[in-house]
Design a binder for this molecule. Structure first.
Ligand SMILES: [Zn+2]
Length: 254
């Protein structure tokens, strides 16, 4: 902000310096890191070794750092935008520079705060984080579900979902009563069923009431899409089960 004179109104030659003041955009960089983290996750899950738990906890810690970085950048951006708005307003409201006011203008004797002063006096607010999408959505779910793949995610808490018993998510299909193979989620009511179960259920029907007991919505099979989060739950559960049985086998050998 050194390029900006503290006197107001801002001289037109200084305006470009004012408009160029922006917080460095880290979103691209964050997206790249998120993508790498997802790749690391897939590699680790594809060939889970003894260190899987350590690897995953490191990955989750890195993800949390990434979220913190993103949020502090967003915070700075809001603060700068607010400060610029106030500064602009202050500049608009300043008396025009004329010969009679020139001395006052160059000596800045009216003591108006400069942009830096306004910026520093702005309150820092964290603001609301936009809902994570894409890789961020997946990483967010991994961070929540790694410890317990049947745990409820924060945004699921508001659902009075009959599929949840004691705050746990069941990892089997209510129609087939089998573990999920290809979990599909209803876009209308968020109820999850296996593709096989749905195909049987809708076989002779275009629309039918949701198979979840207590849910009265009328659905068609097109109202369902793949449930990425449920897929993740099942994947984590499977890998953890496999690893723990391997541990037990190893103990028997000893
Ligand atoms: Zn439903």
């Amino acid at each position: 902000m050194g390029k900006l004179p503290s006197g107001l109104p801002v001289h037109r030659n200084a305006r470009s310096a004012f408009h160029e003041l922006n917080v460095a955009d880290v979103s691209r960089c964050c997206r790249d890191v998120a993508q790498q983290l997802v790749e690391t996750y897939r590699d680790a899950m594809g060939d889970p070794g003894d260190e899987l738990d350590v690897q995953m906890n490191e990955l989750i810690a890195t993800y949390r750092e990434l979220v913190a970085l993103e949020s502090s950048s967003r915070c700075l951006e809001t603060k700068l935008e607010n400060a610029k708005g106030k500064y602009r307003e202050s500049s608009h409201n300043s008396e025009p520079v004329e010969l009679s006011s020139w001395n006052r203008y160059i000596s800045d004797s009216d003591g108006r705060p400069g942009l830096l002063d306004i910026f520093n006096s702005e309150e820092t607010s964290v603001g609301t984080r936009p809902k994570p999408t894409g890789d961020f959505k997946l990483l967010e779910a991994i961070a929540y579900l790694w410890k317990d793949p049947t745990a409820m995610m924060p945004d699921e808490n508001n659902d009075d979902d009959v599929h949840i018993e004691g705050g746990k998510i069941e990892l089997c299909c209510p129609i087939t009563c089998q573990d999920f193979e290809r979990p599909m989620i209803s876009k209308k009511c968020n109820h999850v069923f296996d593709l096989q179960g749905l195909q049987n259920y809708f076989q002779d029907y275009t629309t039918r009431v949701c198979p979840m007991p207590g849910c009265s919505l009328t659905l068609s099979i097109n109202d369902f899409e793949e449930d990425e989060v449920m897929k993740l739950r099942c994947q984590i559960e499977k890998v953890k089960k496999k690893n723990s049985t391997e541990d037990q086998t190893a103990m028997h050998v000893i």
